[in-house]
Design a protein around this ligand. Structure first.
Ligand code: ATP
Length: 219
């Protein structure tokens, strides 16, 4: 069971690169069992916000409180050239911190590889995958870890519409069935329309924190 209360509360976040402020006074809350979309045009600050929420960047001002274990899936992840990891190795690493036996771990790994649509590529090295496939391998790793909070930066970028929809359904399932707090940056307005909450960014300002109709209607 996820811990009670908000998964992440962030207040008054400001951040800049090389002295240029790109995120201005942004406050957001992520809840368990909820899929939150971060929307906005190129350069509006989605990746920066996701990285601040995950704790890989420190805000210039403002604060972030996280309650629960967290997994971050970055945009365009690099493959370690000197460490030839396969898809199976990569996803297996997600199970390392969990108290489960080898057999169960193997089952989880196979399930997650299939869930992100990489079955058949289990023995392929990460260096031989496309950027989108590599990102999906890391998404499978994040889900295999059963983190309480999963943050993602455009896991749907570059996918065809069937694969994209598949990833969106997987994320909604993680939130609604497993109670995970999912936060996901995306350019896909159809996905954004199905999220439970939307944080819309415009030039580094959060302009909307809407609850979308899709989920609200089912609550
Ligand atoms: N490493 C960096 N160094 C300098 N400026 C950066 C860096 N990363 C991002 N920026 C700038 O910060 C602003 C926000 O960028 P960010 O990547 O967070 O936006 P985004 O909404 O995720 O964009 P996209 O949709 O293109 O991925 C942009 O003006 C961008 O040029």
């Amino acid at each position: 069971m996820p811990p009670p209360g908000p998964a992440i509360s962030a207040h008054g976040l400001c951040f800049g690169y090389a002295g240029r402020e790109v995120l201005h006074d942004v406050s957001v809350e992520l809840s368990y069992g909820t899929l939150t979309a971060f929307a906005g045009p190129n350069g509006s600050g989605k990746s920066t916000l996701v990285e601040l929420l995950a704790g890989v960047r420190v805000p210039l001002r403002g604060e972030v409180r996280r309650l629960g274990s967290i997994s971050l899936v970055v945009q365009r992840p690099a493959a370690p050239e000197t460490l030839p990891l396969t898809v199976r190795d990569t996803v297996s690493m997600g199970t390392w911190g969990r108290r489960i036996g080898r057999r169960e771990a193997r089952g989880v790994v196979a399930e997650m590889i299939a869930a992100v649509g990489l079955d058949g590529l289990e023995s392929r090295s990460l260096t031989e995958l496309s950027g989108g496939q590599r990102q999906r391998a890391l998404l499978a790793q994040a889900l295999a870890s059963r983190a309480d909070i999963v943050l993602m930066d455009e896991p749907d970028a570059g996918l065809d519409s069937t694969s994209r929809q598949h990833i969106h359904e997987l994320l909604a399932d993680q939130a609604h069935r497993r109670g995970v707090a999912v936060g996901c940056a995306s350019h896909d307005e159809r996905f954004v329309a199905t999220a439970d909450r939307v944080v819309r960014l415009e030039s580094g300002h959060a302009t909307t924190h809407g609850t979308t109709g899709a989920r609200a209607a089912t609550l």
